[in-house]
Design a protein around this ligand. Structure first.
Ligand SMILES: *[C@@H]1O[C@H](CO)[C@@H](O)[C@H](O)[C@H]1NC(C)=O
Ligand SMILES: *[C@@H]1O[C@H](CO)[C@@H](O)[C@H](O)[C@H]1NC(C)=O
Length: 285
């Protein structure tokens, strides 16, 4: 039986008592489950190479319909690396590699398509004289339909300072995988559309209620509430309305999935229609 050159080299090095750095390519562990149309990223890094040499990264995919066939997508080393079915999206920068450091990089697919589902491979060309260790690593990407629905009526309401307001947001999804939702209500100024929205109250993906800035005190006082009133309904209540509550109110929901590395990933985020709220001040202070 023939012994492969790298193994022989390693064996000699071990006998000689030399610590041999082996090349290790690591890719984000999968399967990664992502929604159609979302921005997908997959990181890849390499260690154990000769220090000081910038590493290159080449991405390919093996589609379920042709699991033996490598389809090249994008490379930090070679232009025009992509095979025909990916060349247009790579040329349009819808798919690209972002270099993070000299030995790590991130593949970006800005609007992932159902047909991108497959086994992704990150390959790093050898920069040392010898071959030792791994040069590529693979991870599965699963693409599911985006089923998140977030609805609240588009309406105009007039209230008087001191009144109570109740608004309900319906949030649902039909994802087969285990996912969590976070749901929040936000207020935007109708005058200044570019100003960031004010968070009123959010129920986090681990069921913790949180309130933003000036609204924290009103939640502590019991004048601001968010209640899950059914499997899909999230009801906002504001007692003792104040003139500062005037504006455009909407709810926003995010569907989260836990990746194999245990971190939570925001798969999809959507906003409801807006309620335009007018508040008539009572004049008494
Ligand atoms: C690769 O990157 C990941 C994520 O940043 C990190 O956890 C891991 O330690 C890195 N591995 C190497 C060999 O640099
Ligand atoms: C990717 O998915 C296929 C089909 O489910 C499976 O056979 C294969 O082992 C997976 N590969 C990796 C690297 O997770």
């Amino acid at each position: 039986m023939a012994t492969s050159a790298p193994r022989l080299l390693l064996a000699c090095a071990l006998i000689a008592g030399i610590a041999v750095a082996q090349r290790v390519v690591t890719v984000q562990s999968g399967p990664l489950v992502r929604t159609e149309g979302s921005h997908v990223t997959i990181w890849c890094n390499v260690s154990g190479y000769k220090e000081g040499v910038e590493q290159d990264f080449e991405w390919s995919v093996y589609l379920p319909s042709m699991p033996e066939r490598e389809i090249r997508i994008v490379s930090t080393a070679q232009p025009n690396y992509a095979y025909a079915i990916y060349s247009q999206r790579v040329n349009n920068k819808e798919i690209y590699v972002e270099r993070l450091t000299r030995d790590s990089a991130m593949l970006h697919i800005t609007k992932v398509q159902a047909k991108d589902q497959g086994l992704f491979e990150c390959y790093t060309p050898n920069t040392d004289g010898r071959y030792l260790g791994s040069y590529s690593a693979r991870t599965n990407l699963t693409i599911i339909a985006d089923s998140l629905a977030v609805t609240a009526p588009a309406q105009t309401l007039s209230k008087v300072e001191g009144d109570t307001l109740q608004l309900t947001c319906e949030v649902s999804r039909t994802t087969l995988q285990h996912t969590h939702l976070s749901v929040g209500w936000y207020l935007r100024s109708p005058e200044d559309a570019s100003a960031p929205p004010q968070e009123l109250v959010t129920l986090s993906r681990d069921f913790v209620l949180r309130s933003g800035g000036p609204y924290r005190q009103r939640m502590a006082a019991g004048d601001l509430r968010l209640d899950k009133t059914s499997a899909t309904a999230y009801r906002l209540t504001i007692h003792m309305l104040q003139p500062v509550d005037q504006g455009l109110l909407y709810c926003q929901a995010t569907e989260w999935i836990q990746d194999p590395d245990d971190s939570w990933f925001a798969m999809t985020r959507k906003q409801s229609d807006k309620t335009q709220l007018r508040i008539q001040p009572t004049g008494k202070d």
